[in-house]
Design a protein around this ligand. Structure first.
Ligand SMILES: Cc1cc2nc3c(=O)[nH]c(=O)nc-3n(C[C@H](O)[C@H](O)[C@H](O)COP(=O)(O)O)c2cc1C
Length: 151
């Protein structure tokens, strides 16, 4: 199953840590959302959108890419890391639905955050994602692939 994951992971590389483990599972291409706005997703069977959470949402670059580049009718999954609060994914859900796609699953776990004054207390979610978070993300991805294959 050819999978592309459009991602942004700039704060501490927390989201990328999960994606690097997932990418060892097979035909997974990681595409950085901010680097290239002309990403072509047509040839992929399964599309992931992934980022840290910024101001309660997935990163703008990932949402923009979903808006511009998600082909019609694709199965989609979402992966994110957050400092303290799980986000609402309403914006992405609307984009996927408008394009006749389907979100097969969502995985989120805490990610080390030193934003603003949090730096003064050494950050929050220290040590996350940890080995268990990474293993859970890989398990999540396997399950999504199974679903996309209709098994
Ligand atoms: C500018 C900024 C805004 C953030 N906003 C939120 C937020 O609204 N909610 C939250 O739970 N975490 C927030 N965080 C924490 C990040 O989502 C968290 O550290 C995440 O793991 C970063 O992922 P990355 O290292 O892959 O970029 C914010 C971090 C930064 C730097």
């Amino acid at each position: 199953m050819k999978t592309a994951v459009v991602y942004h992971s700039s704060h501490h590389g927390n989201t990328k840590k999960l994606l690097d483990a997932m990418a060892q599972e097979g035909e997974v291409t990681l595409l950085e959302a901010s680097a290239d706005s002309s990403i072509d997703l047509a040839d992929y069977d399964l599309i992931g959108f992934a980022s840290g959470i910024y101001a309660s949402r997935l990163h703008e670059s990932v949402l923009h890419c979903a808006e511009r580049n998600l082909p019609r009718g694709k199965p989609v999954f979402v992966l994110y890391t957050y400092g303290a609060w799980r986000p609402k994914l309403t914006h992405l859900e609307k984009i996927v639905s408008a394009k006749g796609g389907q979100i097969l699953g969502v995985y989120g776990c805490p990610g080390f955050c030193t934003f603003g004054p949090l730096k003064l207390i050494g950050g929050i979610a220290k040590g996350r994602p940890n080995a268990q978070d990474v293993a859970a993300a890989v398990g999540f991805f396997r399950e999504v692939v199974r679903q996309a294959q209709g098994k």
